[in-house]
Every structure is written in structure tokens, then in C-alpha cells.
Design a protein around this ligand. Structure first.
Ligand SMILES: [Zn+2]
Length: 389
């Protein structure tokens, strides 16, 4: 049985996942989705506008360039020792900067295609003492062998392994002239990296853009619904900023653009991603793949207060979340204050699969997350997340 709250959430989800469909980063459908969301929000009293930025369509692009550069020394003759060592070091440099989600020259260079965030501000009824930014990404991912349910659990390990081999290549290459064993080890490492490139290529060639009902029309539905509520009945002392991002699946580019363009010092960020499952509403205490970041203690305290007050929401903390980076990750990377809500118990249902459809969304999970987010916003407004000033 679908109650009125679930019916409202379902409208947003089917608008994105059914009416518009797959929303590839920087694509026409991603643009259309942003326009439709801005119109829909404005009709509900949330004065939303689009903020343009430049991005690219797939995380595979910087990843393939980095891995390709790491493998390249193997293809060069041994006498070009300096060039080989230089390429190996360049690959490690690209890995470190891309992984930082901050200073990422490769990403900047590749960001050529138009994308956009949907942004709105809701002023409080009294004087603003703090700002809470509600985030969710609009864009969708592409399927591929790497997201097969039997393999997806290994993704973090796989990325960690690839990263270790890129670093090992940079450290080992300058020394490899002296040791045949080291040369063999480097060759093996690069063969593994090449295999990884093959997996990426499989996704680009054979994968399909998925409808993204759970990932992340569900999160957008929660943020849009809550934003409409707060526009009708503003918080007392908390300014609410809505940021529905593009290009999250291409390396959290929308969130990064937003953080570049806005002065967000001291803001609190509550991100909602993949909340259409049947599991626990998780607040992610830690996130990140290569670098790891802790979520904001104030927001965790706010989440815990809601979890205690409303056990029916089935809220729980999570220290080792499924999935890779989130839109909260670049906030953490800048030393900011953020927390992500995601419905997951060890895995995210239908993640980056063609089966990520409206029919497979558990509306109960979306509704529990809406209530959790509403409770956290109220707790933040009551000062629960305020750190020492
Ligand atoms: Zn997502």
C-alpha cells in the first residue's frame, strides 16, 4: 500500500527514471532532468536555478589515462630509462591528485562538456545562524561486468590493488635497471593494470546507461520533497541550500564545482544517495576509497538523536560503506563538515545495473530516509550539530 508521502516520493522517482530515463553525465538527458527539477521545485515554492560547470561523461576517462600512463613504460625500450621512470612517476602523480578530489589537473583538463547543478536557497524564519546544504546527484552510471553482483563487492579491493601497483611502478622503475627480478615484478604489475583497463573498456563498449531509480532518483526525491516542505515551513535559524548535482558518477565533478563557486566555510552538508532499498538507513561514519575521511561529529550526533527517537526508521551507522566516493567526499577532502545517508546493508541493490528501475525501488526505504533527513534537519536547527565556535 502506498501512502501519500510515498506517492509524492514516487512522483519524483518516476519523473527522473521513467519519463527522462538514463541521465549520463554531461548528456542531454542530464540537462533535461536538471531543468525539469528546477521547474518542479519552483512550482513548489523553492526558487531553484541551474548553475553550469564543465565536466566529462565517465570516470573511466581519467582512470584509463592514469592506468595507461602507468603501463606505458613497459612498451618503451629499456635504454629510455629516464622516460620510463618519468611516465611511471607521472602516473603516480595523476593517481594522487585525482584521488585527492581537490587539486586534480587531469580532471580539469578533461572537463570540456557542459553539465549543471540545480541550486536553491531557503531562508529561515529567524536570523540564520548556520547553513545546511542538502545534496543528491541527478546523473546516472553505466552498467558493466565490474558491477556484476558477484564482483561489485571487490571493487574497493580492486581499486586499492591498482593504486598500489601504480605507486610500485613509480618507486620501482628507477631501480629496475639493476634487478631482473624487479623488472619481472613490474611487468606482472603492469599486466594486472592492463587487465583493469580491459574491464573499464568492457563497460564503455558493452555497458548501457541505467535508469538510476535507486541511484539516485531516490535521493533526489528525498531532497526535493524535504526542500518543498521547508520552503512552506522554514526552519527557525538554519538557512537551507539545495544542491542537486550533475556528474557525480564521473568523479563528483558537480559537487566539486559547487564547492569551488561558493563560500561554504562552516556549512553542514547532508548528502542522500541510493536510498531506495529495503535495508537500514545508514549514516556513513567513514567514506572514501584511497583516501578515507571521517564524517562530521555534529551531524553524526544529530543522526544518532533521530535514530534513538525513531527506531522504526531502522537507522544505523556504517564505517565501511558499499559504493565508492559520494558527493560528500569532496566536502570531506576540503576539511568540511558532511554526512551521507544511504540505504545499504553491505551492498547497494541494483547498483549500476539495468535492473535499477522504478519497479525495483523499495518506497518504504525512501520514506524512512525522508523522515531521517527531516529529523536531522530539525536536530541541526535545534543546534545539535553546532560544533565549538
Ligand atoms: Zn549514486
Amino acid at each position: 500500500m502506498v501512502d501519500s508521502e510515498e506517492a509524492e516520493l514516487l512522483l519524483w522517482i518516476s519523473l527522473l527514471a521513467d519519463d527522462i530515463g538514463p541521465r549520463r553525465p554531461t548528456g542531454v538527458a542530464e540537462r533535461r532532468a536538471a531543468e525539469v527539477l528546477a521547474e518542479g521545485l519552483s512550482r513548489l515554492g523553492v526558487d531553484a536555478r541551474l548553475e553550469a560547470f564543465r565536466g566529462y561523461s565517465s570516470f573511466a576517462l581519467p582512470f584509463a589515462i592514469t592506468v595507461g600512463t602507468a603501463v606505458a613504460p613497459e612498451l618503451l625500450p629499456r635504454r629510455l630509462r629516464r622516460l620510463r621512470a618519468g611516465l611511471a612517476a607521472l602516473a603516480a602523480g595523476m593517481l594522487a591528485t585525482e584521488g585527492s578530489l581537490r587539486f586534480a589537473p587531469l580532471s580539469d583538463l578533461l572537463s570540456r562538456r557542459p553539465s549543471q547543478n540545480v541550486v536553491a536557497t531557503i531562508e529561515p524564519s529567524g536570523t540564520a545562524e548556520r547553513t545546511l546544504c542538502l545534496m543528491a546527484h541527478v546523473d546516472t552510471s553505466r552498467s558493466g561486468l565490474m558491477f556484476h553482483p558477484r564482483l561489485v563487492g571487490w571493487m574497493n579491493t580492486w581499486i586499492g590493488l591498482n593504486s598500489a601497483m601504480i605507486v610500485a611502478g613509480a618507486l620501482g622503475e628507477p631501480l629496475s635497471g639493476r634487478s631482473p627480478n624487479l623488472r619481472r615484478a613490474l611487468r606482472l604489475a603492469r599486466a594486472v593494470l592492463l587487465g583493469g583497463l580491459g574491464v573499464l573498456g568492457e563497460r564503455e563498449r558493452r555497458g548501457v546507461d541505467v535508469p538510476g531509480a535507486n541511484d539516485n532518483a531516490s535521493g533526489v526525491a528525498v531532497v526535493a520533497t524535504l526542500a518543498a516542505e521547508l520552503a512552506a515551513e522554514p526552519l527557525a535559524s538554519t538557512r537551507v541550500v539545495v544542491c542537486l548535482t550533475g556528474c557525480e558518477e564521473a568523479g563528483t565533478l558537480g559537487a566539486r564545482a559547487f564547492l569551488r563557486e561558493h563560500e561554504t566555510e562552516g556549512w553542514l552538508f547532508l548528502n542522500v544517495d541510493n536510498v531506495g532499498g529495503s535495508g537500514s538507513v545508514r549514516y556513513l561514519r567513514r567514506e572514501g576509497v584511497i583516501a578515507r575521511w571521517d564524517a562530521d561529529p555534529g551531524l553524526i550526533a544529530a543522526a544518532e538523536s533521530v535514530a534513538r527517537a525513531e527506531p522504526g526508521l531502522r537507522m544505523a551507522s556504517e564505517d565501511a560503506p558499499a559504493g565508492l566516493t559520494y558527493d560528500s567526499s569532496p566536502v570531506h577532502a576540503r576539511g568540511g563538515r558532511a554526512l551521507t545517508l544511504s540505504v545499504q546493508d553491505g551492498f547497494i541493490p541494483n547498483l549500476h545495473r539495468p535492473s535499477d528501475t522504478v519497479a525495483n525501488v523499495d518506497l518504504g526505504g525512501v520514506r524512512r530516509t525522508l523522515r531521517a533527513a527531516r529529523g536531522i534537519a530539525a536536530a541541526v536547527d535545534a543546534g545539535l550539530a553546532d560544533g565549538p565556535r
